[in-house]
Write a protein that binds this ligand. Structure first.
Ligand SMILES: Cc1cc2nc3c(=O)[nH]c(=O)nc-3n(C[C@H](O)[C@H](O)[C@H](O)COP(=O)(O)O)c2cc1C
Length: 168
């Protein structure tokens, strides 16, 4: 398989379907070791005059240690045939299993980040901002009670989209 590089504004997919329905793998490397996790909270847009992606990671995720240590991360989107892989990477921790080896996905490196040959679309992003959600910032307390009963607030990461790779 080979990739074609396109500009972020040439992406021809509905972001609500991409992130909310297809989900994505957040993949990142630390000390030569890669880990990946499934995420379905996030978005794409414009901030600081740049095309950006944003994603949200709870403190207990092993992936968070990797994201905090890295400059670049990949966000990968797959066809429906990889749904089981995304379910697996979203329920098992890299602390317990080598998820990438178990999925059989082919780990490659593009533009300074680990990513997968099988992905339909890959965004290589560079972190530019992060902040952990605070209870006093919720304007709708019902959302806080629904999602944060354990007060395990996500860290918000905003990252500049440096490369968009699509299967050619
Ligand atoms: C569909 C789906 C979406 C998920 N979205 C997120 C998310 O946006 N943020 C997050 O912190 N965890 C999310 N998770 C949970 C992590 O993927 C899961 O806890 C994973 O096992 C963490 O792996 P790690 O410990 O190797 O980082 C999601 C799980 C699934 C199945």
């Amino acid at each position: 398989m080979s990739f074609q590089k396109i500009k972020p504004e040439e992406l021809n997919e509905n972001v609500f379907q991409m992130i909310g329905n297809k989900w994505m793998l957040i993949t990142v490397e630390k000390d030569g070791k890669a880990n990946t996790m499934t995420a379905s909270w996030g978005g794409l847009g414009i901030l600081f005059g740049k095309p950006v992606a944003f994603f949200f990671i709870r403190p207990q995720r092993y992936t968070k240690e990797f994201v905090d240590a890295a400059d670049r991360v990949s966000l990968s989107f797959f066809g429906e045939e990889y749904r089981d892989v995304l379910n697996y990477c979203g329920t098992v921790s890299g602390r317990d299993e080598d998820k990438i080896a178990k999925t059989g996905l082919s780990l490659i490196h593009e533009a300074g980040a680990p990513c997968f040959e099988e992905a339909e679309t890959t965004l290589i992003v560079r972190k530019v901002y992060n902040q952990t959600m605070k209870p006093e910032c919720f304007l709708d307390s019902a959302i806080m009670e629904k999602w944060f009963a354990d007060r395990d607030f996500h860290t918000i990461y905003i990252a500049e989209i440096e490369e968009v790779l699509v299967q050619s």
